[in-house]
Design a protein around this ligand. Structure first.
Ligand SMILES: NC(=O)c1ccc[n+]([C@@H]2O[C@H](COP(=O)([O-])OP(=O)(O)OC[C@H]3O[C@@H](n4cnc5c(N)ncnc54)[C@H](O)[C@@H]3O)[C@@H](O)[C@H]2O)c1
Length: 357
């Protein structure tokens, strides 16, 4: 079988860290082209890629030229949030399979547009909810699918950074659509909702605030966008803390707390706790809490996160080759977008709101 011809739209931080190296490792893929408007980033990535592969990589300044000229089977889209849906719909309409970075969509209408386009073309459209591809998460999912939790009635998801506000366009609401809610909250919400068994969300109470904003802390690492926009965070129009309480149709509830900056202890990584009437689980550490023979039991799962991004890219490729629905499909991205929008709407109005679908 001929390798898939893959292109990357947007070759900044996450493309260079996750997409490009893992496509290069996949034996079913030929990485053949990139689209990147920033001339410096484009020529650096083109040169590095041409050096690493045995062919010349085509580099375009815009996605339209790439999609018209490069004859591709699939693309990764790794651009700032506000451009996701237009680019993904354009790529799907030109016949490509698409791996789209999170957050999939910033509005309900735009999520619907992509879902409609994906249905029209029957292509694989996968959302880059990378935490679903962790080894420890895959291990826990086996227990869940085997009924280890019983009826799930509450979950808690949090991702608390004491200081970890990304630099660049992330703090500009016009580009990012929101702060930690859209950046890391989307991971915490997506993962916990999926592990709960994807209950139907009905009502949401949200709270967003910018408490700390742009500050300067030495000796502290943080994510840096490569795109040369707002590198000093002078534009800070998003929240830096988000909390939400979500009610589901089956009576279950979910508590979400995320921050880029907070005056409290650093809480590394994504923490999830799920409570069911038969068992419960924690992620990080991965464990199942239950009882057997009238004795309480803890099942510790000694599996690490594994190569999450490589798993994600390999899964995307496998879904294309085997015509499978991805583990993180557009339909799920759409429901998550509906919850995110409802959280922001509730925070604006200062009251609980219905999740509109
Ligand atoms: N899954 C994860 O764990 C993860 C981690 C980090 C970032 N992300 C997501 O990846 C996306 C990119 O984030 P980043 O940190 O790499 O940002 P970045 O600024 O480093 O990279 C974005 C790149 O896209 C280019 N670009 C902008 N508009 C474009 C367009 N219309 N067409 C083609 N290229 C365009 C920019 O010039 C830049 O090089 C965001 O949506 C972010 O939320 C996901």
């Amino acid at each position: 079988m001929k390798p898939l011809r893959v292109g990357i739209i947007g070759t900044g931080s996450i493309a260079q860290m996750a997409h490009i190296p893992n496509y290069l490792k996949n034996p079913h893929v030929d990485l053949v082209a990139i689209a990147e408007p920033d001339e410096g980033i484009r020529s650096t990535v083109q040169k590095e890629l041409t050096d690493k592969t045995d062919h010349e990589i085509a580099a375009y300044a815009d996605a339209t030229s790439l999609l018209r000229q490069a004859t591709l089977d699939a693309v990764s889209i790794a651009t700032p949030n506000m451009s996701h849906i237009d680019l993904a719909v354009q790529a799907v309409d030109s016949g490509c399979h698409v791996l789209l970075e999170k957050p999939m969509a910033l509005t309900r209408e735009s999520a619907d547009r992509l879902a409609d386009a994906a249905a029209r073309h029957q292509t694989v459209v996968m959302v880059g909810q990378s935490h679903r591809y962790r080894n420890d998460v895959s291990a826990l999912k086996r227990f869940i699918d085997d009924g280890a939790l019983g009826h799930v009635y509450h979950a808690e998801a949090r991702m608390i950074r004491r200081r970890g506000t990304p630099t660049g366009w992330f703090t500009d609401k016009e580009w990012a659509g929101g702060g930690p809610l859209m950046d890391i909250g989307v991971h915490a919400l997506d993962l916990s909702w999926w592990l709960m068994g994807k209950p139907v969300p009905v009502r949401v109470s949200g709270h967003l605030t910018r408490a700390i904003g742009a500050d300067h802390i030495d000796f502290n690492g943080r994510w840096t966008a490569k795109m040369p926009h707002n590198q000093d965070n002078a534009i800070f129009t998003t929240e830096d803390f988000a909390a939400a309480f979500i009610r589901f149709e089956d009576g279950a509830t979910l508590n979400l707390t995320v921050s880029w900056a907070i005056n409290g202890p650093q809480d590394d990584g994504l923490k999830v706790t799920i409570y069911g009437d038969k068992g419960g689980l924690t992620l990080d550490p991965a464990a199942i809490y239950s009882s057997e023979h009238h004795v309480l039991t803890n099942t510790v799962i000694p599996v690490g996160t594994g190569p999450m991004y490589q798993n994600e890219i390999d899964h995307f490729v496998e879904c294309i080759l085997e015509q499978k629905t991805p583990r993180s499909p557009v339909a799920d991205g759409r429901t998550v977008a509906q919850m995110l929008v409802a959280i922001a709407e509730s925070a604006d109005r200062g009251e609980e709101v219905a999740v509109r679908r």
